[in-house]
Design a protein. Structure first.
Length: 64
């Protein structure tokens, strides 16, 4: 199972903030499939994964 709690990812500065993820939470159970899509821009969009986005705030839990 994958459990994601209160993920936040913001881009920009104080005066011009884009909220890519704003306190998003969800669970993915064994056998389920999840796709997250959004507008693609240049440079490519970020992948939501703690090792790839160390600046993403929130909690990720993986269980086998």
């Amino acid at each position: 199972m994958l459990q994601v709690q209160n993920i936040e990812k913001y881009y920009g500065s104080k005066n011009n903030v884009t909220k890519a993820l704003d306190r998003v939470s969800f669970d993915v159970e064994a056998g389920e499939f999840l796709a997250i899509m959004g507008a693609a821009e240049r440079p490519p969009c970020s992948t939501v994964s703690p090792p790839l986005i160390p600046s993403a705030l929130g909690k990720f839990f993986w269980t086998v």
